[in-house]
Design a protein around this ligand. Structure first.
Ligand code: CUA
Length: 337
């Protein structure tokens, strides 16, 4: 079973583009159905004529000579040039309109701007989210892999506008029930938007081959009620939980090379190359959606002990830590709620 589906149940397991929960996903579903209908009709007509001819004009062994041959027909030539041209034009126009719908700015809600702006950075093989602003207020914190967004409630739309960038290679952000795939290309900024009134978890994944662990570059979107989302924003904006001045576990963590890549806001760990760990324990999974971030810390320990056994090829090496160091680091990280 796909790791993507392991830690989800019910509706979250639904990855079908035919059950959209967001206007861009609806546009894409509608376009898909239209294309299926058009191509289905063409298939039926072509195969129908073929089968009809096979049956109707079959001579069998009765006639040893060839039937009369027909060379050229202007009306037929015109018909089979004009008809495909017309169909292709219609398909191109409808596709262009859908493309416009899914990439344009989110619709401005009436009476206030409840838009959430997030910059998504694709990295081998995880996602970095910069929360830029919400409802006109600047935010400015960074988190990883699990995107939280507010649900539209009481007829008040809460659109989410994503700016997509890449730190290394070509990736593609895809949560099928919320929006179509959008590429993250080095040196370029793409944009997409989504909006849903359905709270819960929506799963997705990187949809462009980007190296060894492309298949485990998973996305979790948590759609929170507006109230829950506000609470989450307040928690995430805080620096790491206060620690006593003397804290052996924290000091063990800060003494290791973890701090060169990871950031824990409010401490000396200020790396920006790997996921921000300031609120690590508020996430449900580790390794970009691969394994549950279990409350007793077993998976966290296994991950730090040797990331390469969990996610072979990932950019975090094993540091050959002693059991004691490992326990200290896990204990410290588990305080990061
Ligand atoms: Cu990132 Cu595939």
């Amino acid at each position: 079973m796909n790791a993507l589906l392991l830690f989800a149940d019910g509706k979250a397991q639904d990855l079908s583009i035919f059950s959209p929960a967001s206007p861009p996903a609806e546009s894409i579903r509608d376009l898909s159905i239209l294309i299926f209908v058009i191509t289905g009709l063409i298939f039926l007509i072509v195969e129908g004529v073929l089968v009809y001819c096979l049956v109707r004009f079959r001579q069998g062994a009765k006639s040893p000579t060839e039937p009369a041959q027909v060379y050229g027909s202007r009306p037929i030539e015109i018909a089979w040039t004009a008809a495909p041209l017309l169909i292709v034009t219609i398909v191109a126009l409808v596709s262009a309109r859908t493309l416009w719908d899914v990439t344009a700015d989110p619709p401005k809600p009436q009476g206030g701007d409840r838009t959430l702006f997030v910059t998504v950075i694709g990295r081998q093989w995880w996602w970095e989210y910069h929360y830029d602003s919400y409802d006109g207020r600047p935010l400015g914190f960074v988190t990883a892999n699990e995107l939280h967004i507010p649900a539209s409630e009481d007829g008040k739309p809460r659109p989410v506008f994503l700016m997509l960038k890449s730190a290394d290679v070509y990736h593609s952000f895809w949560v099928p029930r919320l929006a179509g795939k959008t590429a993250l290309i080095p040196g370029r900024t793409n944009s997409m938007w989504l909006q849903t009134s359905e709270p819960g978890i929506f799963l997705g994944q990187c949809a462009e081959y980007c190296g060894t662990q492309h298949a485990n570059m998973l996305i979790r979107v948590n759609v929170d009620s507006p109230l829950e989302f506000e609470r989450w924003l307040v928690e995430q904006a805080k620096p790491a939980a206060e620690q006593p001045a003397v804290n052996k576990d924290r000091d063990v963590f800060l003494a290791q090379s973890c701090v060169n890549c990871h950031r824990v806001r409010g401490t000396a760990a200020a790396g920006s190359y790997a996921p921000d760990l300031t609120h690590l324990m508020s996430r449900q999974t580790l390794g970009s959606g691969m394994i549950p971030n279990d409350p007793d810390g077993k998976n966290l320990r296994a991950w730090i002990a040797d990331p390469q056994t969990v996610k072979p090829g990932c950019l975090m090496p094993a540091f050959g830590l002693s059991n004691e160091q490992l326990s200290s680091i896990v204990r410290y990280l588990r305080t990061l709620h």
